[in-house]
Design a protein around this ligand. Structure first.
Ligand SMILES: Cc1ncc(COP(=O)(O)O)c(C=O)c1O
Length: 485
């Protein structure tokens, strides 16, 4: 006669699943032992009998029994057959009656619950608007495949497909150091560079090196929310200060620094996120003075440096105050966000502290991707691609502005961004209502509230223009018009 667990076992084993039958039998028997359905010392049916019950080949059951014996769950009792190992402790949880397996496993242990924030823009069929991403369709995939092939072949030949420097690929660090020195005026060598998994990872690593729980970090009233979330996750106290068309309010920075132990000020001076304005030179100088006076670091997030349209890109603050600035850069806008390549430029001692954190998190980063990116720099392909997309994005920026005027007219006000890949739109009508209606129509975009660290900040929508072709631009702006109407 079949025992009850044998019946439920039969219900849980099915051919055609991704998991092979013998593995399904192993998993089911371990689960039954753990849950007390099969007590320690219980004899199992012979392999022939179980195979007949389950309708499978006997060899499959023999294989599963042998594996479980090797793992110590079962024991061979000679001629008497196979039993559940007698040395197993009694299970803590008994679930003899449970027949069906839960779809979602709930942890039996406590864990740190993340704050409630959306992990990504919600999926859906509607048009997705970003906050200034590149158009990934413009990057020829064959260029990337070739760069990866070269990187892998070279690293294999030189026996470098091994554990490597946590600061990242030497070739890429050299390429980035050279680019920062010659094009952005930073006084750096390879020892001042650590490659990171995107600038987001750079912000986290920099925060670990700078901030201890309880330290204060100053951010602007409108800023990049994932950076603020990172500071919070590292235990920082967030001090939001106002900003205007000239960038961060430096008097408010001084006021805050007089009252709190400020460890860092986070800014995006080249193209303020989300408002796109550049930090005025006199405010840059004042911020650096305050950094000297109060001993805080400036985290300069220069996330889309290359795309400046009205003039040459502005020099980063790290170019004239490298001892005060932790400079975070990214190749996401230039290459592709999916490659996850960012970097930090800072004094060598800080880079070593950051590299220590890399060694604790993922050991050394993805050096194959980094070598491939280095190959794209060395071969000149990245320069050619940048020239090409710069022209396309310059046109898209003009076209986006013209379409805003034509479609949205005086429903919005905006300032033509000097650089970066997004517009900052201020609507005349109530934004909560507009956002709700736009979302209901299927349009997906970052909420205006996600940029705000203070309730008194002037709200707006940040809409990326670079990833949208002409048709998509019109579609997006028309959807916004309908929502605003
Ligand atoms: C201001 C700012 N910082 C950092 C990032 C992160 O970029 P990534 O991690 O892809 O380099 C972004 C992405 O858009 C950004 O807008």
């Amino acid at each position: 006669m079949l025992r009850p667990w044998q019946l439920t076992l039969g219900e849980r084993i099915a051919p055609g699943r991704d998991t092979p039958i013998y593995m399904q039998i192993i998993q089911a028997l371990i689960r039954d032992i753990e849950r007390g359905r099969l007590a320690s010392g219980t004899y199992l049916p012979s392999s022939r009998e179980l195979a007949a019950t389950l309708g499978v080949n006997r060899k499959t059951v023999v294989l599963a029994y042998e594996d479980l014996i090797a793992q110590g769950w079962l024991a061979s009792a000679g001629t008497r057959g196979t039993m559940v190992s007698a040395s197993l402790p009694a299970p803590q949880r008994s679930d003899p009656a449970g027949q069906s397996e839960p779809q979602q496993v709930e942890p039996d242990y406590d864990y740190v619950h993340p704050p409630e924030r959306p992990l990504a823009l919600p999926g859906g069929p509607g048009l997705k608007l970003d906050e200034g991403a590149p158009d990934g369709r413009l990057f020829p995939p064959e260029l990337l495949s070739r760069a990866y092939r070269t990187a892998i072949n070279r690293a294999s030949r030189e026996n470098r497909l091994q554990y490597r420097d946590p600061r990242g690929s030497m070739a890429l660090r050299a390429g980035i150091a050279n680019m920062l020195k010659t094009q952005r005026g930073l006084p750096v060598t390879v020892d001042n560079i650590c490659i990171t998994r995107g600038s987001q990872n750079g912000i986290l690593l920099a925060t670990h090196a700078l901030v201890r729980p309880g330290d204060a970090v100053i951010v602007e009233a409108l800023t990049y929310e994932p950076a603020v979330a990172t500071f919070r996750a590292c235990g920082a106290k967030i001090l939001p200060v106002p900003l205007d068309d000239g960038g961060i309010d430096v008097e408010a920075v001084e006021y805050a620094a007089r009252r709190h132990a400020v460890r860092a000020v986070f800014v995006t001076p080249h193209h303020q996120f989300p408002t796109t304005v550049s930090l005025r030179p006199e405010r840059r100088m004042r911020l650096l003075d305050l950094s000297r006076q109060f001993g805080f670091a400036v985290i300069e997030d220069d996330y889309d440096h290359e795309f400046h349209f009205e003039s040459q890109p502005l020099l980063p603050m790290a170019a004239y105050a490298p001892q005060k600035v932790v400079y975070v850069g990214s190749m996401s806008k230039l290459l592709l966000p999916a490659l996850r390549i960012g970097y930090i430029a800072a004094p060598a001692a800080v880079i070593d502290a950051i590299a220590h954190m890399v060694s604790l998190t993922d050991g050394m980063g993805n050096t194959i991707t980094e070598d491939a990116a280095a190959d794209l720099i060395e071969s000149g392909e990245l320069r050619r691609h940048t020239r090409k997309v710069h022209q396309i994005y310059a046109q898209r920026r003009e076209n986006f502005a013209a379409e805003i005027d034509a479609i949205l007219g005086d429903q919005v006000s905006y300032r033509m961004p000097d650089g970066g890949l997004a517009f900052w739109l201020r609507f005349r009508a109530d934004l909560d209502r507009i956002e709700a209606r736009a979302a209901a129509s299927g349009l997906r975009f970052a909420s205006s509230r996600s940029f705000m660290t203070r309730e008194d900040a002037e709200r707006g929508l940040r809409i990326g223009f670079a990833s949208l072709n002409e048709g998509e631009t019109r579609e997006a702006l028309q959807a916004l018009k309908q929502a605003a109407g």
